[in-house]
Design a protein around this ligand. Structure first.
Ligand SMILES: NC(=O)c1ccc[n+]([C@@H]2O[C@H](COP(=O)([O-])OP(=O)(O)OC[C@H]3O[C@@H](n4cnc5c(N)ncnc54)[C@H](OP(=O)(O)O)[C@@H]3O)[C@@H](O)[C@H]2O)c1
Length: 270
């Protein structure tokens, strides 16, 4: 049964946004392992040096793998079409798109959220994701095949104080994703949304607290959060089901959280 996973991934061309660290990074590694290297990966993020290091690691471990790396800032939505049309021919047709690039900035309450944070979160988590999806979906529709995997969040289902903007971006992703799934119900294109609770990736909380490592670490204090690997495993699992099987939505969270649905509890003081 498990041998089928590599078979199902064979030759697939997988585009991951935000692959330089965290969930995106681990997803690239898990796809490579699950496909035994017989896949193509398009790895994008703003920090290309990290993508190149990951590519080197993957090529060493899996000599048959093909990896294309490119700097891409999804918040600059006008750069996404030229990026896609500039892909080398062998990477041009995307089989699996993982819309992973995203961020939370701050825990400011409504009325005090800096306008630049509002714009950056919406540009990255919503407008960049929508632009990428629209363009890749055009090709998938023409071929009537493909998987789009969306990194939603429990925050898109359950808003929390201080998360007004981030939660709104993930609720927007959820609505967009649900509509798209319904539109494509008679096709072979699968629309999958993964909704994690707290994931202790190296940078997510550091980015949220703008480099304050103490605050960032305290978010996970006395809990058993998920890690990037755990979410990556689920993404690869969803993408490697039989083609008739759609894992539409998956809410996933670690044990020992403050509460099952309000998974984000903010930095702890003691
Ligand atoms: N960690 C959590 O608790 C959690 C929970 C639920 C959902 N999620 C969602 O899961 C996704 C990944 O989270 P994570 O924890 O892996 O975050 P992370 O560790 O902070 O990584 C975020 C990735 O996105 C990239 N990125 C940031 N801004 C970008 C931009 N404008 N254009 C392109 N790439 C950009 C970053 O790379 P560069 O800086 O190199 O561009 C990085 O590779 C996000 O959508 C997040 O909202 C996370």
């Amino acid at each position: 049964m498990f041998g089928k996973i590599a078979e199902r991934l064979a030759g697939k061309n997988i585009l991951i946004t935000g692959a330089s660290t965290g969930i995106g990074y681990h997803t690239a590694k898990y796809f490579a392992e699950a496909g035994a290297g017989n896949i193509k990966l398009i790895l994008t993020a703003r920090r290309v040096d990290k993508l190149v290091a990951l590519k080197e690691e993957l090529v060493k471990a899996y000599p048959s793998i093909q990896v294309f790396t490119s700097a891409l800032d999804v918040s600059k939505t006008e750069t996404i079409a030229p990026f896609l049309s500039g892909l080398p021919t062998e990477f041009a047709e995307v089989d699996i798109l993982v819309n992973n690039a995203g961020k939370a900035l701050g825990l400011d309450q409504v009325g005090s959220v800096p306008e630049e944070d509002v714009n950056e979160m919406f540009q990255t988590n919503v407008l960049g994701m929508i632009q990428m999806t629209q363009l890749v979906l055009k090709q998938m529709k023409a071929r009537n095949t493909g998987d789009i995997i969306q990194l939603g969040s429990v925050a898109g289902r359950e808003a929390y104080p201080g998360g007004g903007i981030y939660c709104a971006t993930k609720a927007a992703l959820r609505a967009f994703t649900t509509a798209m799934r319904k539109e494509l119900i008679n096709t072979k294109i699968r629309i999958i949304e993964i909704q994690p609770g707290n994931v202790a990736t190296e940078e997510f909380s550091l980015v949220r607290f703008k480099g304050d490592a103490t605050k960032a670490a305290s978010v996970y204090k006395d809990t058993e959060p998920l890690y990037g690997e755990d979410v990556a495993e689920l993404i690869v699992f969803a993408a490697t089901r039989k083609e008739n099987t759609v894992i539409a939505e998956t809410l996933i969270f670690g044990n020992n959280q403050a509460s099952p649905f309000h998974i984000y509890r903010g930095p702890q003081t003691s």
